[in-house]
Structure formats: C-alpha cells, structure tokens
Design a protein around this ligand. Structure first.
Ligand code: HAM
Length: 430
C-alpha cells in the first residue's frame, strides 16, 4: 500500500518546490530591500505560549504534544508569540527599532480547504519599538511592495485597512461595556464569512439593544474614514481616526494609495491587536485573506516584558500561490530547472575525463551533470536537453587528437571547439 501525505500537508516534488522557492525568495528579497533582518525560533514551544494571547481559535487548532519529561508543548501555529518571547529575553541588548522578518513553517489543525492547510509557510514582518503610524504604514508598504513585485496590480489585490483602536472607541462610544468587547471582535471578524441573517442574529444575542446594534451595523458599512463621526463622535474616536488617517496618508506618499482602502469590516481574529489592522484580499474577494496583521502594543508586556509597541503582519503561501496561478504569474516567473553544463563523451574511453571535467566545472561554481547511462552521444544530448542544460561539452576525437572540447550551445544549436585547458582555466565564477 502506498502511503499518502497526512491530511492538510503537502509533498513538495521538484516542480512544487520551485514554486515554493520562488515565493519564499521573493519574500526574502522584499524584506531585505525594506530594511528588515531575518530571525527564526524553534518549531515547538511551551503550550502555554500560545494560550496567553493568541485567542480561542488558534488554541483550538494547536498540534500539541508532551515530551518525555512531561512538558506540554505545541507546534507553532504562528511566530508572533516566539518573537515576543525572543525580544523580551534580550530587551536591553537589541538595537532599536527592531525590524525583523521570518519565514517559518507553521501548523494549525484547521479544516483543510482552498487556501487553508494544516502545514504552511508564512512570511512575517514586524517592527518593534515604534508607536508611530509610519511603522504601520511601512509594514503595509513592504507587503504591497512584495505583491507588486510579483506582478499583482491594484486591480488584483487590495489592502483593507481599519483599526482595533477605532473599533473599540466606537463600541465604547455606543455605550458597550469593556468586558463585552473581546467577544464582539470575534463576531465582527466573522461578518464577511457569515450569511447576513446569521450575523444579525448573533449580533442581536450579544447586543440586544437594536439602537446599539444598528450603530454597529452603520459603522461596519462605512466606506470613508472621514464619515466615522456620523456614527459616534468623541475625542477617543477622533484620536483613533487621526491615527488611521496618518497611516493612509503615509501609504499615499509611498505611492501605494491605489492598493489601499478603509474597511471597518477588518477586525482580525487574533486577540492581541490594539491599533491599526489590515488584510490583503484578492479584488474579487473570492479567496480567503492573502495576509493579515496590525498593531499589537500590549503583547510584549503580556509576555512578561516591558510595554513596547509593535506592529507586523503574516502572509501564508497557500492563497498567494492560488492567486498567482490564477493570474498566470507563476508560469512566466518560476525559473525552470537549469543546468549550465552537461558533460558528454563520444567515446566511453573518455569516461574518466568526463568525471574530471564535470568536477572541475562544479568546483568553479557551475551547475554541471553527466549521464550515468553511458549510452551513445545522441542519447546523452537528449538527456542534456531533458535537464535543460544551457551548454553541452562533448569529449570526443578532438580531445584525443588536440585536447580540444566541443562546446555546444543547446538553444542555438551552434558549437565551437575550445582548448580544454584554457577553457577550464577561464571558468572563474563571476
Ligand atoms: P493570521 O491572520 O492568523 O495572523 O495569519 C496570517 C496569514 O497566514 C493568513 O492571512 C494566511 O495567509 C496565512 N494562514 C493562516 N492560517 C493558515 C492556514 N491554515 N493555511 C494556510 N495559510 C494560513 C497571524 O498569524 C499573525 N501572527 C500575523 C502577525 C504577525 N501579526 C503581527 N505580526
């Protein structure tokens, strides 16, 4: 019996691995050009790390285990708690601002569906130590900078931006008590995923006063941040509006305005967000979120450190890959397998030379292969083409006579004779 991969996991055969590398390399490049440094942590942590502040949904989806010492552990479903732990551990030694990125493999025991798996890769960008709107804008900009670099336009994706701080000010302004807010965030976060009447029924359970529920609905339907005052107006609301406007203004100065919209329906599922929050969605809103993030000013304190402001985002590889595939952006950009040289011999007497030349090419940094089969020359050339070799080096009669090699350009079909020693000596890695 053949054994399939575990439900919700993927096998990465070379073609899938090429796509994964294309995505991860792009994330890495975008992080570096936006001034972030890479970090990583362990793949499992103490279970309680994820119970502190991530929220019920993540806790329900944990892959947990016990080690032989009886410690309760969990495979990381996100890296933000690890980041908070790591920063707290060296809080006085780390130069600020901390602008870090990471590319962790994560596991969540979700019900597998389009764009959601049980094991995935997630690009994380975080800025710690800055409480200014520019930091939120920078995280959003870097996210869009990546999406733009892989060919996604403002007609393909949109960054939907709102603010937890604004939402809580609005809810408090409507007269809702503090202790109700967390449960309300969880419900409002699900609004787009629920049928309208189900959402209204659930909202009525939590907010029985129809006037209050109506105001929440009015806020959630707003399309311009300037109109928030029409629903509730007080200093707290105005401060939160000003903060959000500053983020939007910075994004506009950074030239990504056309990608950005205010959307009060963005609440975010995780419990630790405190300020500006955002998600990027495909323009048709047919897929789940491509990424999500926001400001979380209390998380480091909740992890036993000082109160240090932070903002960041996470982007999974699954929805992104589906979207890139749908838009035809993978085929044109994922580099095919490429070999610089294939070394063939026209006569089996040259097998030893074939090994020697291949090894010399490799030691100079060139990707090179030879055939194990030792068939005729045409079979070897076929193998070279199958491996997408740019050039084929043929060791044959000319080598025996004059120590010359045939270098065949596989695409052009042209070939030239070169002196073997001069050729090998001239192969310095550029
Ligand atoms: P999150 O919303 O839980 O946030 O996940 C962010 C992104 O990770 C999602 O938008 C999606 O692209 C991807 N993702 C999440 N779950 C899955 C899954 N089961 N399968 C495939 N992709 C998935 C966080 O994780 C926050 N820690 C992000 C953050 C960093 N906030 C601040 N800093």
């Amino acid at each position: 019996m053949k054994i399939p991969p575990v439900k919700g996991t993927r096998d990465f055969y070379p073609p899938q691995m090429a796509i994964r590398n294309f995505i991860v390399d792009g994330w890495k490049k975008a992080s570096m050009r936006n001034g972030f440094e890479e970090y990583d942590g362990p793949i499992f942590e103490y279970l309680k790390m994820f119970q502190i502040k991530s929220g019920d949904e993540i806790v329900e989806q944990l892959f947990s285990l016990q080690d032989r010492g009886g410690r309760d552990l969990a495979i990381r479903p996100e890296i933000t708690p690890t980041l908070a732990r790591m920063v707290n551990q060296q809080i006085n030694a780390l130069p600020r601002p901390i602008k870090w990125f990471s590319l962790p493999r994560l596991c969540r025991a979700e019900r597998p569906q389009k764009g959601r798996l049980r094991e995935f890769f997630q690009w994380n960008l975080d800025i710690i130590g800055i409480d200014r709107p520019e930091a939120d804008a920078e995280v959003i900009f870097a996210t869009l900078d990546y999406l733009r670099s892989v060919g996604l336009t403002a007609a393909d994706v949109q960054a939907k931006i709102s603010s937890r701080r604004l939402l809580s000010a609005v809810l408090r302004g409507i007269g809702l008590p503090e202790e109700k807010l967390d449960a309300l965030y969880a419900l409002l976060d699900k609004k787009a995923k629920l049928p309208a009447d189900t959402f209204e029924a659930l909202l009525a359970e939590q907010v029985p006063d129809p006037q209050q529920a109506g105001k929440i609905a009015d806020f959630m339907a707003l399309q311009a941040v300037e109109r928030v005052g029409d629903v509730v107006d007080n200093d707290e609301v105005q401060d939160a509006v000003a903060d959000l406007k500053a983020v939007l203004a910075a994004l506009s100065l950074m030239g990504v305005e056309e990608y950005c919209v205010f959307d009060p329906g963005i609440v975010r599922g995780l419990a630790y967000y405190t300020g500006v929050v955002f998600e990027v969605h495909d323009a048709g809103a047919e897929l789940r979120a491509i990424c999500g993030g926001g400001r979380y000013d209390n998380l480091l304190r909740d992890f036993g450190g000082p109160a240090i402001p932070a903002t960041g985002m996470g982007m999974g590889d699954c929805v992104l890959e589906i979207l890139l595939q749908e838009k035809g952006l993978l085929e044109s950009q994922v580099p095919p397998r490429r070999l610089e040289y294939f070394v063939a011999c026209a006569d089996h007497a040259f097998t030893g030379e074939m090994y020697r030349i291949t090894a010399a090419l490799r030691s100079k940094g060139h990707a090179a292969n030879f055939s194990y089969k030792l068939g005729g020359l045409s079979k070897q050339l076929k193998e070279a083409a199958g491996q997408n070799a740019a050039r084929c080096i043929i060791i044959g009669q000319e080598y025996r006579d004059n120590r010359q090699l045939v270098v065949k350009d596989m695409a052009a079909g042209e070939q030239e004779l070169v002196d073997a020693d001069a050729f090998l000596a001239g192969l310095d890695v550029s």
